[in-house]
Design a protein around this ligand. Structure first.
Ligand SMILES: C[S@@+](CC[C@H](N)C(=O)[O-])C[C@H]1O[C@@H](n2cnc3c(N)ncnc32)[C@H](O)[C@@H]1O
Ligand code: SF4
Ligand code: SF4
Length: 423
């Protein structure tokens, strides 16, 4: 039987072991380095012992090892296309593009300049129209699960609109449709009352961004009046320790704040967040207005090792960074305050990228801009987490064929897997 390593397997050395990660089916395994050498010798020369054969059989089950002629590209194509038949719908609802912050790297702030609808908060009537349209969409498509991500601008600035929207949608439960709510918020306006109000409709998680210890965070997560936001945010998210709602702390990194993230992790441990939060490290994507702002640099990646070591040492719960998002999936879209529909939240409000309008019957006949993955990516070991990268970044910076996130994904995945499974 002619066999080989899968093109989607990634190898991370950890002392005497090697961690294996299959990026498409997400299987993870750990074998000894000496066994890896024996397997490679077998694949090369065809002679081996019983123990190595057993390890190979085990790796074959999870597709780390495949038949030589296997068409693995088809597997990834199936994973992508299968999402259209999942019966699930994920909608980003933007009640307003307004925000109480002025983060210098903000991806929405930069699209906002081109948006007609940016400063408006959707009226109550418009919100009901959007929810009624969405309910009809879900029922007509025969979907079984609707997940709403409250987004912005700052979703808490449009809290009343969110409640109107969710109340109207909640009748879907009578049709047997599961409704789940998440929110991505700066958390400055978060209160216990607002959490309870959202929880009655099924709020499951809140993602809050903290970009460093107080002095660093306050230079990046800035209120509209120029003041810092750190103390208020920490006070507000502390309420979630007592709640059923999951807290996700996102840390956006670039070379400015990366050296200070370990200090932030010490602080979060002192405050008891390692028990109650899930952490996600994300490199800053360059906003439209300033290509130079970016966390996708070798310099920034150098700081990942101590950051992930600290995450492991302090027993934080943390997750893998990925760019395999919903872009290109039929039932993944964004509803804006003016009723316009977009393929992904990064494009929301950007003129010329609308793919529909609730006030004109929904999606346009042609839905342009569905994410097409370049052929070269189908052979990439990290395609299952990268999926060709961020379509928004690639488009607005006109990066074309040369665009590739290998540097970032390799460094992020390596550090994640070593911290998670390494010895
Ligand atoms: C645009 S904000 C909108 C929601 C809310 N105002 C907030 O900040 O969480 C959504 C998410 O995008 C992240 N974000 C904003 N600009 C970014 C950038 N240039 N690169 C990476 N993430 C960014 C924020 O940290 C936040 O998690
Ligand atoms: S809080 Fe969110 S929407 Fe507001 S400026 Fe910062 S990243 Fe942008
Ligand atoms: S953009 Fe680069 S890293 Fe991402 S899937 Fe394509 S080849 Fe791989």
């Amino acid at each position: 039987m002619k066999i080989r390593w899968s093109k989607y397997v990634n190898f991370y050395n950890s002392n005497d072991d090697v961690i294996l990660f299959h990026s498409v089916n997400r299987a993870v395994n750990k074998i000894m380095t000496k066994d890896l050498e024996k397997i490679n010798a077998y694949l090369r020369d065809g002679i081996t012992d019983v123990d190595t054969k057993n390890i190979i059989s085990e790796l074959y089950v999870d597709k780390f090892i495949v038949l030589k002629e296997e068409k693995e590209e088809e597997e990834f194509r199936k994973v992508r296309e299968g999402r259209d038949a999942s019966g699930e719908c994920l909608v980003y609802f933007i009640p307003t593009f307004s925000c109480n912050f002025r983060c210098p790297y903000c991806i929405v702030e930069s699209t906002e300049h081109e948006a007609e609808c940016h400063s408006e908060i959707a009226s109550a009537d418009d919100v009901v129209t959007m929810a009624v349209w969405l309910k009809e969409y879900v029922l007509e498509r025969g979907l079984k699960k609707l997940t709403i991500e409250l987004f912005g601008g700052e979703p808490m600035v449009g809290h009343e609109q969110n409640l109107i929207f969710l109340k109207e949608l909640s009748t879907l439960k009578e049709e047997g449709i599961e409704l789940t709510i998440h929110m991505i918020s700066n958390c400055y306006l978060l209160t216990e009352k607002k959490i309870e109000e959202l929880a009655q409709y099924g709020l499951k998680s809140i993602q809050c961004t903290i970009d460093g210890p107080k002095e660093i965070h306050d230079k990046r997560r800035i209120l509209a009046n120029g003041e810092g936001s750190f103390d208020q945010i920490i006070e507000n998210i502390s309420i979630l320790k007592e709640k059923e709602v999951e807290l996700i702390i996102r840390i956006n990194i670039d070379q400015e704040n990366a050296p200070y993230i370990c200090e932030l992790l010490d602080f979060l441990e002192e405050k008891g967040f390692q028990k109650s939060a899930v952490l996600g490290i994300a490199p800053v994507d360059p906003p439209i207005t300033n290509e130079a702002i970016s966390g996708h640099t070798a310099h920034t990646m150098k700081y990942l090792e101590p950051i992930y070591k600290k995450l492991k040492e302090k027993k934080f719960n943390f997750r893998l960074w990925e760019t395999f998002c919903g872009h290109g999936t039929r039932d993944f879209f964004v509803l804006c305050p003016d009723g316009k529909l977009y393929n992904c939240p990064s494009f929301a409000g950007l003129k010329g990228y609308e793919v529909g309008d609730v006030n004109a019957g929904g999606f346009y006949k042609e839905r342009p801009g569905m994410h097409d993955i370049p052929d070269k990516c189908y052979s990439c070991s990290l395609v299952g987490v990268c999926a060709g990268g961020c379509f928004f970044t690639k488009t607005v910076h006109q990066l074309g064929e040369q665009y590739c996130l290998k540097l970032t994904h390799s460094a992020m995945a390596k550090n994640y897997f070593l911290a998670r499974y390494g010895s």
